[in-house]
Design a protein around this ligand. Structure first.
Ligand code: TXA
Ligand code: MG
Length: 336
């Protein structure tokens, strides 16, 4: 049976943390909030505990998990840090939405690492999560708490529907702060490669690294295995055109055929009452925080298919487009 606990990142009860930490120590599974998305967590030192995460999510076993720690110092216990020239500067970004891939020690479960000799580590910026890790006394392996291939969950109201009876504890912590996942980086001395763009942009990475480069998703042998899989996709077909103009053209041509998902400003141009609004076009944090929520809403509304507005730009816009491109089917100009 799943136990539901009413605590969130800022306001949490000591007895809830105590209860959930005992579950972690006994190799059970706990869904908890972070500042990005909900995580489905287990003891990162235990193969059998980590196996339960893969089962509950339906996650391919070759896609490794992110290990969450509660301090910068802990990293040295679980990973080798010499691949970061300026390791000391990490405390300027942590706790925060940055995940670092490092050579692992043997302590971290081989199941969590999917057999790789590296481990992805991050310190989340959510006091509930940090307290849970501290109280458990072990690092917590936690991928995003969604069924594999589906949108990540950023509001606890969707957790019961997806995970009731499949996990031991669910924290009902409301909405998460950022709404898209951490930035995953691969450090090599004074250079870092962004494997998955996220909430921390290139500028943040420059606090630690002299050079920042982006990895293209690689079809074969990718360094970040998760990038080769289908991700974040709603049940219904969702299309993404190349430009805002093309988005408007398609919506106007077929007003009844597609549910539009777009910024407030683009929605104003459409005057379509069924449009799902992501937020203000000038505020990428707002768009990011509503993105997965909007994909879930789209699945729950009537209508067979949808179309989502593309965003251009750097920084968070780039991370938003990374998620949209994985969630939706790309269409060329004139194709719809
Ligand atoms: O914000 C986040 O990062 C959230 C919260 C819960 O912390 N977690 C999350 O986990 O997004 P997940 O499993 O959905 O995404 C982890 C990504 C995947 O693309 C995975 O392949 C990659 O990190 N990854 C994990 N371990 C890795 C490793 N050792 N080497 C390369 N990539 C790794
Ligand atoms: Mg995920």
């Amino acid at each position: 049976m799943t136990q539901y606990l009413e605590s969130d990142c800022a306001n949490f009860k000591a007895e809830d943390i105590e209860y959930a930490s005992r579950i972690i120590i006994n190799n059970g599974i706990v869904i908890f909030p972070t500042e990005t998305v909900y995580g489905i967590g287990a003891n990162a030192l235990s193969d059998s505990a980590c196996q339960k995460i893969f089962k509950a999510k339906g996650r391919p076993p070759d896609n490794p998990l992110i290990v969450h720690v509660s301090s910068v110092q802990e990293v040295e216990k679980y990973a080798h840090t010499s691949s970061i020239a300026n390791f000391g500067a990490l405390s300027k970004l942590w706790p925060g939405p940055l995940t670092i891939i490092l050579p692992s020690t043997e302590l971290i479960s081989n199941v969590a690492r999917a057999g790789l000799d590296t481990v992805a580590i991050r310190m989340p910026d959510c006091n509930l999560a940090l307290e849970l890790i501290r109280k458990s006394g072990v690092p917590i392996a936690a991928p995003s708490a969604n069924i594999s291939t589906k949108p990540s969950i950023t509001d606890s109201e969707h957790l019961r529907r997806n995970f009731d009876g499949k996990v031991d504890v669910i924290f009902n912590g409301g909405r998460t702060k950022f709404g898209i996942e951490s930035t995953v980086i691969y450090p090599q001395g004074d250079t870092c490669v962004i494997m998955r763009p996220g909430i921390y942009t290139e500028e943040y990475c420059k606090v630690i690294f002299k050079h920042v480069i982006f990895s293209e998703d690689q079809a074969e042998n990718p360094k970040s295995p998760g990038t080769k899989y289908r991700h974040y996709s709603p049940e219904k077909n969702l299309y993404v055109p190349e430009t805002q103009q093309e988005f408007l053209r398609i919506c106007r041509k077929n007003p009844k055929e597609f549910t539009p998902i777009c910024s407030y400003e683009t929605g104003q141009l459409l005057k379509n009452v069924n449009a799902i609004i992501l937020g203000n076009r000038e505020n990428p944090y707002e768009i990011a925080s509503n993105l997965y929520e909007s994909l879930i809403k789209f699945d729950q509304q009537p209508g067979d298919q949808g179309i989502i507005e593309p965003f251009c730009g750097n920084g968070i816009y780039l991370s938003i487009m990374n998620r949209i491109k994985k969630a939706a089917i790309s269409v060329k100009d004139g194709e719809l």
